[in-house]
Design a protein around this ligand. Sequence first.
Ligand SMILES: N[C@@H](CCC(=O)N[C@@H](CS)C(=O)NCC(=O)O)C(=O)O
Length: 205
Amino acid sequence: MARFTLYHVAPSRSSIAHWMLEEVGEPYDIHLLSMKRGEQAASDYLAINPMGKVPALKHGDVVITEAAAICAYLADEFPERKLNVPVGDPRRGVYLKWLFFGPSCIEPAIMDRSFPRKDPAPRGALGYGDYDTVVDVVARAVAKGPYLMGEQFTAADVVIGSGLRWGTHFKLLPERPEFSAYLARLAQRPALQRAEAKDKELAAA
Ligand SMILES: N[C@@H](CCC(=O)N[C@@H](CS)C(=O)NCC(=O)O)C(=O)O
Protein backbone atom coordinates (compact mmCIF):
# COMPACT_ATOMS: atom_id res chain seq x y z
CA MET A 1 0.00 0.00 0.00
CA ALA A 2 1.30 3.48 -0.89
CA ARG A 3 2.64 5.54 1.91
CA PHE A 4 0.82 8.69 2.93
CA THR A 5 2.31 12.14 2.48
CA LEU A 6 0.87 14.99 4.50
CA TYR A 7 1.41 18.50 3.16
CA HIS A 8 1.66 20.36 6.38
CA VAL A 9 2.33 23.67 8.08
CA ALA A 10 3.03 23.24 11.80
CA PRO A 11 0.82 24.22 13.53
CA SER A 12 -2.17 25.03 11.34
CA ARG A 13 -5.39 23.42 10.14
CA SER A 14 -3.21 20.64 8.75
CA SER A 15 -2.56 19.69 12.38
CA ILE A 16 -6.09 18.21 12.27
CA ALA A 17 -4.97 15.71 9.62
CA HIS A 18 -1.69 15.19 11.49
CA TRP A 19 -3.59 14.16 14.63
CA MET A 20 -5.80 11.85 12.55
CA LEU A 21 -2.76 10.18 10.96
CA GLU A 22 -1.39 9.52 14.43
CA GLU A 23 -4.74 8.00 15.47
CA VAL A 24 -4.63 5.69 12.43
CA GLY A 25 -1.05 4.64 13.15
CA GLU A 26 0.02 3.97 9.54
CA PRO A 27 3.42 5.27 8.42
CA TYR A 28 3.40 8.66 6.74
CA ASP A 29 5.79 11.30 5.49
CA ILE A 30 5.47 15.00 6.14
CA HIS A 31 6.09 17.50 3.38
CA LEU A 32 6.53 20.68 5.36
CA LEU A 33 5.56 23.97 3.78
CA SER A 34 6.38 27.45 5.00
CA MET A 35 3.54 29.95 4.84
CA LYS A 36 6.05 32.67 5.72
CA ARG A 37 7.83 31.90 2.45
CA GLY A 38 4.48 31.58 0.64
CA GLU A 39 5.15 27.98 -0.34
CA GLN A 40 1.43 27.14 -0.19
CA ALA A 41 0.94 29.46 -3.18
CA ALA A 42 3.87 28.16 -5.25
CA SER A 43 3.02 26.45 -8.52
CA ASP A 44 4.32 23.02 -7.47
CA TYR A 45 2.00 23.01 -4.45
CA LEU A 46 -0.93 24.49 -6.41
CA ALA A 47 -0.65 21.38 -8.59
CA ILE A 48 -1.45 19.39 -5.42
CA ASN A 49 -4.10 21.72 -3.99
CA PRO A 50 -5.23 24.50 -6.32
CA MET A 51 -6.77 26.20 -3.26
CA GLY A 52 -3.24 26.96 -2.04
CA LYS A 53 -4.11 25.67 1.41
CA VAL A 54 -3.00 22.94 3.77
CA PRO A 55 -3.72 20.21 4.56
CA ALA A 56 -3.46 17.95 1.55
CA LEU A 57 -2.91 14.24 1.85
CA LYS A 58 -1.43 12.13 -0.91
CA HIS A 59 -2.12 8.42 -0.93
CA GLY A 60 -0.73 6.82 -4.08
CA ASP A 61 -2.31 8.73 -6.94
CA VAL A 62 -5.12 10.07 -4.77
CA VAL A 63 -4.95 13.57 -3.33
CA ILE A 64 -7.45 14.49 -0.64
CA THR A 65 -7.83 18.05 0.56
CA GLU A 66 -10.07 19.59 3.23
CA ALA A 67 -9.19 18.53 6.77
CA ALA A 68 -12.55 16.90 7.56
CA ALA A 69 -12.53 14.95 4.28
CA ILE A 70 -9.04 13.68 5.07
CA CYS A 71 -10.22 12.51 8.49
CA ALA A 72 -13.26 10.77 6.97
CA TYR A 73 -11.09 9.17 4.25
CA LEU A 74 -8.55 7.81 6.71
CA ALA A 75 -11.24 6.50 9.05
CA ASP A 76 -12.97 4.65 6.19
CA GLU A 77 -9.69 3.39 4.74
CA PHE A 78 -8.83 1.57 7.98
CA PRO A 79 -12.17 0.37 9.41
CA GLU A 80 -10.34 -2.04 11.70
CA ARG A 81 -9.13 0.98 13.70
CA LYS A 82 -12.79 1.73 14.55
CA LEU A 83 -12.40 5.46 13.92
CA ASN A 84 -15.42 5.52 11.59
CA VAL A 85 -19.06 4.46 11.76
CA PRO A 86 -19.52 2.24 8.72
CA VAL A 87 -22.26 2.30 6.10
CA GLY A 88 -25.18 0.24 7.39
CA ASP A 89 -24.70 1.25 11.01
CA PRO A 90 -27.69 3.36 12.10
CA ARG A 91 -25.31 5.66 14.04
CA ARG A 92 -23.59 6.72 10.80
CA GLY A 93 -25.97 9.62 10.19
CA VAL A 94 -25.05 11.29 13.47
CA TYR A 95 -21.35 10.57 12.86
CA LEU A 96 -21.52 12.25 9.43
CA LYS A 97 -23.45 15.17 10.88
CA TRP A 98 -20.57 15.91 13.28
CA LEU A 99 -17.91 15.47 10.59
CA PHE A 100 -19.67 18.10 8.48
CA PHE A 101 -20.65 20.32 11.41
CA GLY A 102 -16.99 21.19 12.01
CA PRO A 103 -16.21 22.92 8.71
CA SER A 104 -19.76 24.08 7.97
CA CYS A 105 -20.83 25.44 11.38
CA ILE A 106 -18.11 25.61 14.03
CA GLU A 107 -15.36 27.03 11.86
CA PRO A 108 -17.37 29.78 10.13
CA ALA A 109 -19.07 30.74 13.41
CA ILE A 110 -15.66 31.15 15.06
CA MET A 111 -14.16 33.01 12.11
CA ASP A 112 -17.09 35.43 11.95
CA ARG A 113 -16.51 36.11 15.64
CA SER A 114 -12.85 36.71 14.95
CA PHE A 115 -13.50 38.93 11.91
CA PRO A 116 -16.97 40.41 12.41
CA ARG A 117 -18.84 41.49 9.30
CA LYS A 118 -19.43 45.19 8.82
CA ASP A 119 -23.07 44.48 8.08
CA PRO A 120 -24.24 41.44 10.07
CA ALA A 121 -25.82 38.79 7.86
CA PRO A 122 -29.35 37.59 8.63
CA ARG A 123 -29.44 34.28 10.51
CA GLY A 124 -31.29 32.55 7.69
CA ALA A 125 -28.57 33.44 5.21
CA LEU A 126 -25.78 31.88 7.24
CA GLY A 127 -25.32 28.12 7.00
CA TYR A 128 -24.34 28.00 10.65
CA GLY A 129 -27.28 30.11 11.80
CA ASP A 130 -25.86 32.01 14.74
CA TYR A 131 -22.86 31.71 17.03
CA ASP A 132 -24.76 31.15 20.31
CA THR A 133 -26.79 28.27 18.90
CA VAL A 134 -23.66 26.61 17.48
CA VAL A 135 -21.96 26.89 20.88
CA ASP A 136 -25.00 25.48 22.73
CA VAL A 137 -25.52 22.61 20.30
CA VAL A 138 -21.86 21.52 20.51
CA ALA A 139 -21.73 21.94 24.29
CA ARG A 140 -24.76 19.63 24.63
CA ALA A 141 -23.23 17.10 22.24
CA VAL A 142 -19.99 16.75 24.21
CA ALA A 143 -21.54 17.02 27.68
CA LYS A 144 -22.20 13.32 28.24
CA GLY A 145 -19.07 11.90 26.69
CA PRO A 146 -16.67 10.55 26.75
CA TYR A 147 -16.88 11.25 23.00
CA LEU A 148 -19.39 12.56 20.46
CA MET A 149 -20.46 9.02 19.60
CA GLY A 150 -20.46 7.91 23.24
CA GLU A 151 -17.83 5.33 24.15
CA GLN A 152 -16.41 5.24 20.61
CA PHE A 153 -13.77 7.83 19.67
CA THR A 154 -14.14 8.66 15.96
CA ALA A 155 -12.80 10.92 13.23
CA ALA A 156 -15.63 13.30 14.17
CA ASP A 157 -13.90 13.90 17.52
CA VAL A 158 -10.71 14.84 15.68
CA VAL A 159 -12.64 17.38 13.59
CA ILE A 160 -14.89 18.83 16.29
CA GLY A 161 -12.23 18.51 18.97
CA SER A 162 -9.72 20.42 16.84
CA GLY A 163 -12.23 23.22 16.28
CA LEU A 164 -12.97 23.46 20.00
CA ARG A 165 -9.29 23.34 20.94
CA TRP A 166 -8.49 26.10 18.51
CA GLY A 167 -11.53 28.24 19.40
CA THR A 168 -10.97 28.02 23.15
CA HIS A 169 -7.22 28.61 22.82
CA PHE A 170 -7.84 31.89 20.99
CA LYS A 171 -10.76 32.76 23.31
CA LEU A 172 -13.15 32.76 20.38
CA LEU A 173 -15.32 30.24 22.22
CA PRO A 174 -16.68 30.79 25.72
CA GLU A 175 -15.27 28.88 28.67
CA ARG A 176 -17.85 26.16 29.28
CA PRO A 177 -17.37 23.22 31.66
CA GLU A 178 -18.62 20.87 28.91
CA PHE A 179 -15.82 22.06 26.60
CA SER A 180 -13.06 21.90 29.19
CA ALA A 181 -14.04 18.38 30.32
CA TYR A 182 -14.23 17.12 26.71
CA LEU A 183 -10.94 18.78 25.76
CA ALA A 184 -9.27 17.32 28.85
CA ARG A 185 -10.38 13.86 27.73
CA LEU A 186 -9.02 14.47 24.23
CA ALA A 187 -5.74 15.76 25.64
CA GLN A 188 -5.20 12.31 27.20
CA ARG A 189 -5.05 10.67 23.79
CA PRO A 190 -1.50 9.53 23.03
CA ALA A 191 -2.01 10.21 19.29
CA LEU A 192 -2.84 13.86 19.95
CA GLN A 193 0.12 14.16 22.31
CA ARG A 194 2.45 12.71 19.66
CA ALA A 195 1.10 15.00 16.92
CA GLU A 196 1.42 18.06 19.16
CA ALA A 197 4.97 17.20 20.21
CA LYS A 198 5.98 16.66 16.57
CA ASP A 199 4.33 19.94 15.54
CA LYS A 200 6.32 21.78 18.22
CA GLU A 201 9.55 20.27 16.91
CA LEU A 202 8.64 21.11 13.31
CA ALA A 203 7.66 24.67 14.20
CA ALA A 204 10.95 25.19 16.03
CA ALA A 205 13.13 23.72 13.26
N1 LIG B 1 -11.18 24.44 4.25
C1 LIG B 1 -9.79 24.10 4.44
C2 LIG B 1 -9.10 25.27 5.10
C3 LIG B 1 -7.62 25.10 5.10
C4 LIG B 1 -6.90 26.39 5.49
O1 LIG B 1 -7.47 27.50 5.53
N2 LIG B 1 -5.60 26.28 5.77
C5 LIG B 1 -4.80 27.43 6.07
C6 LIG B 1 -3.84 27.08 7.22
S1 LIG B 1 -4.61 27.17 8.78
C7 LIG B 1 -3.93 27.78 4.87
O2 LIG B 1 -3.46 26.90 4.19
N3 LIG B 1 -3.72 29.08 4.66
C8 LIG B 1 -2.83 29.54 3.64
C9 LIG B 1 -3.45 30.55 2.71
O3 LIG B 1 -4.67 30.65 2.65
O4 LIG B 1 -2.68 31.23 2.05
C10 LIG B 1 -9.67 22.84 5.31
O5 LIG B 1 -10.51 22.65 6.20
O6 LIG B 1 -8.76 22.04 5.11
